[in-house]
Design a protein around this ligand. Structure first.
Ligand SMILES: [Cu+2]
Length: 654
């Protein structure tokens, strides 16, 4: 393969990004952004509901955003990998275990790629999965409650970027490592030994089709490159996964230059059904490990953590038929399978073409052994043997492709800030439209399904300079909505987002609406400290622990006066919301608590831990405006000196 000098590469990269920056600031077709009927197409009249849900990753906020489309109105920020003061997630005793990892309590992460659960290759609106790239984890958010119900940590993984990608019936959630790391002994090795000692892993997490419950079934030990993005095969390619990877040079420093030496990196094609066969034959090794599996139990409304000590690992170079490399020009990001499952488009960030591979040709190449040697013991399929065709001169910096229901593909271009529409079969470019600015991923609603809902494309942009009112040195992150129902794409709307809208998925609202829960049934509340009627409210001392069994209903707490608490006690306020009505949460906060408030939904029990640090009377109150007399929903805790003999006493209405 052609070797470019370091200087050439640097100049190329600098040139690309410079031209990108310039075109970012001064898009040529500025006027194209403002056109007649756009406002009408996104107008959702007061009282009317949006047509689609859009779920965006929160990037470095660690959360997930929920928006309505076409209005772009933000509906919710779902707490996933970061503490959330609004809901008390990660602060309440019930939710703290959700953020446990083998590194201890880890209340932040970097979330990247939400993906909706699917049945027969179509989104089913039940769950949405999202990855944590930093401390490798995968979360499952339940779309009947919009609560994160489960988080599993990935062992043997340095950065979890190519994740979480779902097979066509959500049989597996798959995640591959971004940063390869050494695995021998205790995982410590000189970094200079990267080429010999560092490896990557791909994790296959099985999903229970009834409950969504995740279980890490096996991991594949794969060559030590950086795995970037992935899609599962579908229809004819069901049973396979396709991963892009960069750094086939196996550089370990200044990858900006050193991982751009080769003309081609790779796509790794993985036959996961074959891997399952080997697993059934007992070919996996049991590796000792330690990783957290956190599950939120709906019945007790409480999360728990299990530390798991063993994992099945298979080294793919010892087990033929699982993995094949396919050359792919240069530093590829997106790796996207079209709705028929036949075509796989890869987007090389520094490539001048978009290669489109054919699954049928890949299978034929494997049968014919049309290989170009091997890479770390994995056969490399000849580029021409796997290729269906190339999209020529598509733009600068292709990143990611999604599809509509008419045989068209939409590719985002980071450097030239545009979306390009092309024909999957002929590879002809049909249209291009500027984005404002520097688009990363894009999303066609159900654009990775067997039948996309191809009415819009959403651009997930990195830069918004000059598009919004300034907010100091940091400007809002943003997305843009384009109509793709006609021959030409049309910009309809800009809307701001929380964190980095790294990737997003969208689906028709009906899919999600049919699973909605309006409140938790009090009768089904099996929380250990639930208080189901006001007459059961009480305060119990157990050594230094004081348990307050408290109820909340419009517009008072029971009890609302507590005495006999002492400095240094562990006071647990277990608040049960007795309401049985949609959207009537009560909040609870006490002065001097240094964690957060808690938000208790109808029928739910939540616990705030408070360690009073001074003598006095601490007010407590409801934090969520619940009724006309919300402001009156308050009380007091008398805190006496540590050794005092103040008797424990509690009351409401006396
Ligand atoms: Cu990405």
């Amino acid at each position: 393969m052609k070797q470019l000098s370091t200087f050439t590469i640097s100049a190329l990269v600098a040139g690309l990004f410079l031209s990108g920056a310039m075109s970012s600031c001064k898009p040529k077709k500025m006027d194209a952004a403002i056109s007649g009927d756009a406002a009408q197409k996104v107008y959702v009249a007061p009282g009317k509901k949006d047509e689609l849900y859009l779920f965006t990753s929160g990037g470095f906020s660690g959360q997930m955003g929920v928006y309505g489309l076409p209005s772009g109105r933000m509906l919710k920020q779902v707490p996933v990998f970061s503490q959330d003061a609004e809901s008390g997630y990660g602060f309440s005793e019930e939710t703290k275990p959700m953020l446990m990892t083998s590194h201890g309590y880890t209340p932040w992460d970097d979330s990247h790629h939400p993906q909706l659960s699917r049945t027969n290759g179509q989104d089913d609106g039940r769950w949405i999965f999202v990855n944590a790239n930093n401390t490798p984890r995968i979360a499952r958010t339940n779309l009947s409650t919009f609560h994160t119900d489960e988080i599993i940590e990935l062992p043997n993984c340095g950065g979890n970027h190519a994740s979480p990608f779902l097979t066509q019936n959500t049989e597996y959630v798959v995640g591959a490592s971004r940063f390869s790391i050494p695995y021998d002994k205790d995982g410590e090795a000189p970094i200079a030994d990267y080429k010999d000692k560092f490896k990557g892993t791909i994790s296959y997490i099985k999903v229970d089709s009834a409950t969504g419950r995740m279980k890490l079934n096996f991991q594949l030990l794969v060559p030590g490159v950086d795995y970037d993005l992935s899609r599962a095969g579908k229809a004819i390619s069901h049973g396979w996964n396709f991963f892009t990877c960069y750094n086939s040079e196996k550089a370990h420093t200044l990858l900006e230059v050193n991982a751009s030496q080769r003309d081609k990196d790779f796509i790794l094609a993985v036959n996961w059904k074959k891997a399952e066969e080997y697993l059934a034959q007992g070919k996996a090794q049991k590796w000792p490990t330690n990783y957290a599996h956190n599950v939120f139990d709906e019945s007790t409304q409480t999360a728990s953590t299990e530390m798991i000590k063993e994992v099945n690992v298979m080294d793919v170079k010892d087990l033929p038929g699982i993995c094949y490399f396919i050359p792919c020009p240069k530093s590829p990001h997106g790796c996207d399978v079209d709705p028929t499952g036949e075509y796989i488009a890869a987007s090389g960030k520094l490539a001048a073409v978009i290669p489109v591979y054919s699954f049928t040709k890949i299978q034929k190449a494997i049968a014919d052994k049309a290989f170009d040697g091997d890479y770390d013991g994995i056969p490399v399929i000849k580029y021409e043997a796997a290729l269906d065709g190339e999209v020529e001169k598509p733009g600068l910096g292709p990143l990611h492709t999604e599809f509509d229901d008419k045989g068209n593909a939409y590719t985002s271009f980071f450097v030239s800030s545009e979306i390009v529409k092309w024909d999957v079969k002929t590879k002809q470019i049909l249209d291009r439209v500027p984005t404002y600015y520097s688009i990363g991923h894009l999303c066609v609603p159900m654009g990775d399904n067997i039948k996309p809902y191809g009415k819009y494309v959403i651009a997930l942009n990195k830069i918004t300079k000059d598009r919004y009112l300034p907010t100091g040195p940091e400007l809002t992150q943003s997305a843009q909505l384009y109509d793709i129902s006609g021959a030409k794409m049309q910009l309809l709307l800009d809307f701001p987002t929380i964190g980095e809208p790294h990737y997003a998925q969208a689906c028709p609202a009906d899919l999600v609406l049919k699973h909605q829960i309006k409140f938790f049934k009090l009768a089904d509340n099996n929380h250990k400290y639930a208080t189901k009627t006001e007459k059961d409210a009480k305060v119990v001392r157990d050594g230094k622990d004081v348990h307050v069994y408290m109820t909340a209903i419009r517009s008072h707490f029971t009890p609302d006066n507590i005495e006999g608490v002492k400095v240094g006690d562990n006071v647990y306020f277990h608040v049960t919301n007795l309401e049985q009505d949609w959207d009537v949460p009560h909040g609870f906060a006490v002065k001097g608590a240094n964690n957060a408030e808690i938000l208790v939904l109808p029928g739910q029990t939540k616990t705030l831990k408070w360690v009073p640090d001074r003598v006095g009377v601490s007010p407590m109150y409801c934090t969520d405006f619940c009724s006309a007399l919300h402001q009156e929903m308050q009380g007091y805790v008398r805190v006496s000196p540590a050794g005092s003999s103040t008797a424990l006493k509690f009351s409401t209405g006396e």
